[in-house]
Design a protein around this ligand. Sequence first.
Ligand SMILES: *Cc1c(COP(=O)(O)O)cnc(C)c1O
Length: 382
Amino acid sequence: MSRFWSKRARGLEPYVPGEQPRERRFIKLNTNENPYPPSPRALAAIREAAGEDLRLYPDPLCTVLREAVAETYRVKPEQVFAGNGSDEVLAFAFAAFFPSAGEGEAGAARPVLFPDITYSFYPVYAGLWDIPFRTVPLTGDFSVNAEDYLYPAGGVIFPNPNAPTGRALALRDILSVAGYQGKAGRVVIVDEAYGAFGGESAVPHIGEFPNLLTVHTLSKAASLAGLRVGFAIGREELIRGLSRIRDSFNSYTLDRLALAGAAAAVSDGAHYDEINRKVIATRERVSGRLRELGFEVIPSAANFIFIRHPRLSGAEVFAALRERGILVRRFDTPRIRDYLRVSMGTDKDMDEFLEFMEAVSKKAPKGNAEGAGDEGYCGRGI
Ligand SMILES: *Cc1c(COP(=O)(O)O)cnc(C)c1O
């Protein structure tokens, strides 16, 4: 704390991003980056944009990118909003659509609903904008139960597939939530960060549901986490709401290099189909092998898997992997402290990972696989 901080700054609970080690010695399976290179056409477009025109501001309307998204997703450019990473788009969407405390009838806004186990940035945005929220527990097998969201609320947000579980929710369930919340005039946001790896997109239904917004990123499937580009698709009035927030904050959130590279990437479906087929094949192979080794693997529709060993604590497996030079992600929160989220790397990286996990599982204490609880392991020195 500092006496120079505003009340707002003091009250924040910022998001803690996954580690980005400065040295290259780690096999990095901790932030769901794509292990394969981005579209060569995107890189060429970025190089081409790196010229004297950089003295000029970029297009605040992001026209080239919105047109490319519109063509690829079969929507209108007016139904696309672009931002500096989908994190920014999400932050704007919380501000644009979810009621803050004191806004509701009788001065009490209904809380926004999202799963108890989900992208950990959502409660941070809610805190930033003073938006009340309520988390809805996933079922015992970590599924979203859509009926839990048929409930008067300030709005709803969840990723599909969900993170960090990797589980996808059926499209008909998403649409039932959108229909229910739409009748109450509330917005439903589907964060499709991992949509290219599985699950069904809600984009074809934005016409039917004026309250449905999908959010997308180029950081995962498009291998461009370093470029910082995301976008949202929804009806024109939602897009205009996002633009109002952006233009009250920073009209030029996407620079010239990002716009050029992202537009080219979005148009290069062939490249991404090829690399992401490989990611999916790796996910299936690694999941199968880990199950053979005795790990529990939540069925994943994303580019990562969520795993647990029935007789080893998440903390000790995490530490052993790190020691071996393999970074994965662990969330020290209720229900999931013993799970690790493992991003899919190249097949060579994953072979090294599997080799180490085999050694880990051999050193695990013998016993009943059902013996695992939520917490309370002691170190067993793997
Ligand atoms: C990675 C991720 C994002 C953020 O993507 P950026 O475009 O890199 O900001 C958003 N939502 C979910 C669920 C993610 O996992």
